[in-house]
Design a protein around this ligand. Structure first.
Ligand SMILES: [Zn+2]
Length: 399
């Protein structure tokens, strides 16, 4: 199948080009230019053409509330896996044609089902079970038996360099595309604090080395400065959250080309609607400690030239304005809180993913034909990113 998509303005994942059309053949972009000729020209008058977006931090949990511990213990994991299937459509419809799932086993099953053609959905890059230390962020509750966290929670719990090597090999064996770790405490875990370091530099280095041997990398959840620093000096490729990163640590991130996913959506959601959606009291208390941090960090990170990724960290349906299927809100929040302009926000959801080895997010020759047709000008007014008219996934029109 060979055809041309023609619009008015074309954003290639990096810049607005002096071009209005892309030639697609067998699901791959073959040419980008002006008024490309073809027997099949699909013209969208006045439209903004851009690459399908990437949510670089999501959790396909199938959860219906913010009370993760109750859901994980009481709901049948098989039903929760099935509950994620409608999410796939919602995410595609929101213009996200690739997601990087930063923790949970569902993503591995969904990824494989999509690859085998059993389901239609975005491309999924899956971490599988994240690695957590004992008394770590990977345990939702620190008062229930640890076995329950291991059996029904989302993490692989490991300690010491030997244990971490085993943990890394275990999740790679289970099909992880990359490894996710927690190098500080977090908001939705019971008794640890976001500023607390988790894992030692030696443990993180051991995990990074196992990832490297398998040709992949490590992404680290980290709020507190020391935990961010430990992860960066150990060789991780992306820092998730970084809400308390110091200027010195941010400089180190820039030097070592470590990407930052600020995850504004989850923080805004927990802060605004946490109580309503069932978040435990500890989460409500801790979110107030991190919510302002990222608003200080993000503009500095941008000025240092750190590669910024769009990641919502959404992991449950909320029925609110911040929800699965409204993932583009992250871009709006970036312009609101991060001193980023509309083009910079668009890049975070498209071309910037190349920095973590994802070959997506560009309208360039050789890239997969994930293309959005937008009835607006998101490069000038970022809220137009919600006006998605058509979504092409690998050259097939899915919406
Ligand atoms: Zn997350």
């Amino acid at each position: 199948m060979k055809y041309v998509i023609k619009g008015e303005t074309l954003f290639d994942g990096n810049n607005i080009l002096n071009a209005n059309s892309v030639l697609i053949e067998d699901g791959i972009i073959k040419e980008v230019g002006n008024n490309i000729k073809s027997d099949d020209v699909r013209e969208y008058k006045g439209a903004f053409i851009m690459p399908g977006m990437i949510d670089s931090h999501i959790h396909l949990t199938g959860a219906k509330s913010g009370n993760l511990i109750m859901e994980s213990l009481i709901e049948d994991p098989n039903i929760k896996l099935l509950a994620t299937i409608p999410w796939l459509n919602k995410i595609l419809k929101a213009g996200f044609t690739t997601v990087r799932d930063c923790g949970g086993t569902n993503a591995i099953y969904l990824r494989n089902a999509i690859k085998n053609g059993y389901l239609t959905g975005p491309d999924i890059i899956a971490a599988g079970k994240p690695l957590s230390q004992t008394f770590g962020h990977g345990e939702f509750s620190h008062t229930i038996p640890i076995k329950w966290n291991e059996d029904r929670g989302m993490s692989e719990i490991c300690d010491g360099t030997e244990g971490c090597i085993k943990g890394a090999r275990t999740v790679l064996r289970q099909g992880a595309d990359f490894i996710k770790i927690f190098s500080t405490g977090g908001v939705l875990s019971q008794s640890d604090r976001p500023d607390q370091e988790q894992f030692t530099v030696e443990e993180i280095r051991a995990i990074v080395n196992e990832a490297r041997k398998s040709g992949t990398y490590v992404a680290a959840h980290a709020h507190g400065d020391q935990g961010v620093k430990n992860a960066v000096i150990s060789g991780v490729k992306s820092i998730e959250h970084a809400t308390m990163a110091s200027d010195e640590t941010l400089k180190l991130m820039a030097e070592k080309n470590v990407s930052l996913t600020p995850t504004l959506s989850i923080q805004e959601l927990l802060f605004k609607y946490g109580r309503e959606i069932g978040v435990n009291s500890w989460g409500l208390e801790k979110i107030t400690n991190v919510i302002d941090g990222i608003k200080q960090v993000l503009p500095k990170a941008k000025n240092l030239g750190i590669n910024i990724l769009c990641g919502t960290d959404l992991g449950f349906e909320t029925g609110k304005d911040i929800d699965i299927g409204k993932n583009w809100n992250e871009l709006i929040l970036m312009t609101k809180y991060g001193n980023m302009n509309a083009i910079e926000a668009l890049r975070s959801a498209t071309g910037n993913v190349n920095n973590i080895g994802i070959h997506r997010g560009r309208l360039s020759i050789g890239y997969k034909a994930d293309v959005l047709i937008i009835n607006g000008e998101p490069s000038e007014n970022i809220s137009d990113i919600a006006k998605i008219d058509h979504v092409y996934l690998g050259g097939n029109e899915v919406f």
